[in-house]
Design a protein around this ligand. Structure first.
Ligand SMILES: Nc1ncnc2c1ncn2[C@@H]1O[C@H](COP(=O)(O)OP(=O)(O)OP(=O)(O)O)[C@@H](O)[C@H]1O
Length: 319
């Protein structure tokens, strides 16, 4: 089956930047797949989206959308002809149009405009808000409408640029699974740009971890989290200690007990952070190496206590 999107050696450079901000990026997206591009601020995520959508020219490489070349050395299809739906950070709905009119906006001379709008509003669960203006919507509702507007023309690709960044933490978590379900129901191929590890790991089929303009690693959420290919990726995806420069130890792989057991080693509790569902401890081995340990429930020890530490058997080794 033809991939929804193929990027081959795509680079991008700003006029005043000394080196490419997107540097030889290679990625493929299957139809119906949700790929997260995850990376720290300034790594080039938004620039990559701008190049894919055609808002910025590539300085090199090729881009194919649904088997059609939209960018190459002698091709640069304009944004409006790429069939890409964009969901920006702040919804960016047209303030003077109603919800229904916003969703209808990109439909042009669609034969069943009203029915398509109704179908999209139903899909994102805002059917009762069709006649409201954007100012009368909550942040979460506005993002749903922005997604409906992006999906309405049946785009080849949906780009979501930090779509939850303006929302509070509780709403953000709730909306994540809704958006995944909506994209799946529409069989949409989508790229989600985020700097939030939890968001990328929980929502995407695959995660491309980006750093300094390059894709440091691309894989399933479990591959990038459990089998990082570099110390940088390991650390970016969550708390860890790297033992002997090679062994990646995550807090959930470190268990503590009060009784000595064979294979365990002794350590001293240095700090405690109660997180409600779990407690994060920092423990220090005799040689001064510190490890984080996540244990379910409330704190059982105090700073200064000696505990017996057990490491999981399946620690990942960096090659
Ligand atoms: N118009 C511009 N001119 C010159 N440099 C720019 C321009 N826009 C962005 N940059 C630089 O390009 C780099 C990548 O920026 P980009 O916005 O793509 O990163 P990002 O990963 O999306 O960051 P964030 O998560 O903070 O939005 C940064 O170093 C930024 O300063």
């Amino acid at each position: 089956m033809t991939p929804a999107l193929v990027l081959k050696d795509v680079s991008a450079v700003y006029r005043n930047s000394p080196r490419p901000v997107v540097d030889n990026v290679n990625l493929q997206l299957k139809t119906g797949e949700l790929l997260a591009i995850l990376g720290p601020s300034g790594c080039g995520k938004t620039t990559l989206l701008r190049v894919i959508s055609g808002l910025m020219p590539a300085s090199g490489g090729t881009i194919e959308l649904g088997g059609t070349t939209v960018v190459s050395a002698n091709t640069n299809i304009p944004p409006e002809r790429r069939r890409i739906g964009l969901v920006p950070q702040d919804a960016a709905l047209f303030p003077h149009l109603t919800v229904a009119q916003n969703v209808a906006f990109g439909l042009g001379k669609h034969p069943n405009k009203a029915a398509r709008v109704a179908e999209m509003l139903e899909l994102v669960d805002v059917a009762g808000l069709a006649d409201r203006k954007p100012a009368q919507l909550s942040g979460g509702q506005a993002q749903r409408v922005a997604l409906a507007r992006a999906l309405a023309p049946n785009p080849a690709l949906v780009l979501l640029d930090e779509p939850f960044s303006a929302l509070d933490a509780a709403l953000r978590t709730r909306l994540r699974m809704d958006i995944v379900a909506i994209l799946a129901a529409a069989n949409a191929s989508a790229i989600l740009v985020t700097h939030d590890q939890d968001e990328a790991l929980s929502m995407a089929h695959r995660v491309a971890v980006m750093n300094g303009g390059v894709i440091a690693q691309c894989g399933t959420p479990s591959e990038v989290y459990n089998a990082p290919t570099s110390e940088w990726v390991a650390r970016f995806l969550g708390t860890c200690t790297v033992l002997d420069d090679t062994l990646v130890v995550r807090p959930e792989q470190v268990s503590l007990s009060s009784t000595e057991e064979s294979g365990n080693f002794a350590a001293t509790i240095r700090s405690i952070e109660f997180l409600g569902h779990s407690t994060m401890y920092v423990v220090e081995r005799g040689d001064g190496v510190r490890l984080s340990s996540r244990c379910l429930g409330a704190p059982r020890w105090q700073p200064g206590d000696t505990v017996s530490v057990h490491l999981a058997a399946d620690l990942h080794r960096l090659s």
